[in-house]
Ligand binder design. Sequence first.
Ligand code: SAM
Length: 282
Amino acid sequence: MTAAADRSPDTAAGLDEYTEADVHQEFGENPNEVRDTNHYQEEYVKGFVDKWDDYIGWEGRAASEGSFFIDQLSARGVEKVLDVATGTGFNSVQLLKGGFETVSADGSAEMLAKAFENGRQHGHVLRVVQADWRWLNRDVHGEYDAIICLGNSFTHLFNERDRRKALAEFYAMLKHDGVLILDQRNYDEILDNGFSSKHKYFYCGDTVTAEPEYIDDGLARFRYTFHDDGSVYHLNMFPLRKDYVRRLMREVGFQKIDSYGDFQETYGTESPDFWIHVAEKT
Ligand code: SAM
């Protein structure tokens, strides 16, 4: 049961302008049983999408990412990039600012509308395309030097067939020497060391708390609490193990895969929060 669904829209400050449908995420009687690749569409409801930028915090994220992605792309002479998980547009806007020709795709129309609005606010007109990764080639045209799939998005795929299909679609849309940059939360840490690890809570500034509510080998259910208005949303995700993702990438044809921990090339014993896989076709 979702807290946002529990709360009538007019009982929490800031939610007044929303209808019940805008804030209601439908997880049914047994939320922990919702393990469905298609469900992301229902999870990114308008209320949550409008809050997403409070969660990711554009300034803080820009500071922590630094020039990592721009450097990776520039080093390979990339000009044309497809952002397949545009969300509210953070990475697409960074790429446009960096001078890359960018197409912004996402399976969620709600997210793309927000991304377009954010792009306008930053002085850019995003080229948006609604497309599900599993049928990317049907809806997005052209060949790209690079594809980015960031912000722990690949985690939304709940079965291996979907993951292989999506990676194969990414592979096919890349030029012969193209690169895929895909990141993921460090689920190995949560699966192996449980909630008691230092990664139990992921604080994003003072305004949002993101924390795992339930985890097993097939589900990581996270709760996002927004302190300004008390709204609560959830995402049900598949806890991807790092080596498993690397193996899948190799099996669909990527020849060289480098995995960076929290944007660092070398990592010691400290466990990073995120892994960034840079997968090259040649
Ligand atoms: N990259 C953005 C960021 O970092 O803020 C958004 C990340 S959000 C966690 C995941 C995004 O992936 C959502 O916008 C969602 O709509 C999209 N997504 C999830 N599954 C998808 C699929 N099968 N096809 C296309 N987009 C999908």
